[in-house]
Design a protein. Structure first.
Length: 114
């Protein structure tokens, strides 16, 4: 194990997890405050009721996908994988993992919405 890996496993990894949780809690809290504060506004209420999966689900899905990628990266180290002959390593690994997580969550929201 190199020094860089031990730093990532130590305080830096814990800091990333704490930051990810704070971001997730802040987004969810801000959405709740906005919806509760503007619930008497008929236009806001209509948008929230008719388009709940887009107005609330997609932002939360994006933050949750980030949380999953950050958690995976800090517990398992660098993300690297190969798909159909394409090798994703370095910065591309977490970006592709975020896209895949986000797409999986949004497709799940879409499928379960009915």
């Amino acid at each position: 194990m190199t020094t860089a890996q031990s730093v990532a496993d130590g305080w830096f990894g814990t800091g990333v997890l704490i930051a990810a949780f704070i971001i997730l809690a802040s987004v969810v809290g801000a959405l709740l405050v906005f919806v509760i504060g503007q619930w008497n506004n008929p236009a806001i209420r209509k948008v929230v009721i008719e388009h709940l999966q887009a107005a609330v689900g997609l932002p939360v899905a994006g933050v949750f996908a980030f949380l999953l990628v950050a958690l995976f990266r800090t517990t398992e180290g660098r993300i690297q994988f190969e798909v159909v002959g394409l090798k994703f390593d370095g910065a591309a690994g977490p970006i592709i993992m975020w896209i895949l997580c986000f797409l999986a969550i949004t497709v799940s929201i879409r499928l379960l919405w009915r």
